[in-house]
Ligand binder design. Structure first.
Ligand code: HEC
Length: 114
């Protein structure tokens, strides 16, 4: 009896541990990789982590998308489709990020976690 209870508790703990591992794997940002990709793409020409330049700071973007489940998908679209934007008050299109899907998603994660 007490054995059954014990193993039930143990498997519940293991399940919780696995769930935690899954969540942290999803949230893990490769910071060095993202910073390298942002550099290659020259994003810093128009963006900084915490200062407004031609484009919004990454902190401001993180704030804008806070709590939105599809934030990463939205930024991925922003970075891959060359959407219409206003730049210095003029109609323009945003640059398309170079890199594979994983690298661009990692940049999005990086920005959202500033
Ligand atoms: C030539 C200037 C310029 C460059 C280079 C540039 N951006 Fe932007 N970016 C902008 C401007 C301007 C906006 C604001 C667009 C708007 O609000 O209409 C913007 C918006 C954004 C946003 C916010 C999108 C949103 O949905 O709120 C993100 C994130 C972003 N850029 C990331 C990047 C990344 C990553 C790179 C490099 C691959 C990059 N940008 C390169 C000018 C630039």
């Amino acid at each position: 009896m007490s054995n059954t209870k014990h193993s039930y508790l143990l498997s519940a703990l293991m399940a919780a541990g696995l769930a935690f591992a899954a969540v942290s794997a999803q949230a893990a940002v490769d910071v060095a990789g993202a910073e390298a990709a942002l550099k290659v793409n020259k994003c810093a020409k128009c963006h900084s982590v915490d200062k407004e330049k031609t484009g919004p700071s990454y902190k401001k973007t993180a704030e804008k998308y806070k709590g939105q489940a599809d934030a990463e998908a939205k930024l991925y679209t922003h970075l891959t489709t060359g959407p219409k934007i206003k730049m210095d008050g003029e109609d323009d299109v945003h640059v398309k990020a170079k890199g594979d899907e994983a690298s661009i998603k990692n940049m999005a994660q990086y920005i959202l976690s500033r």
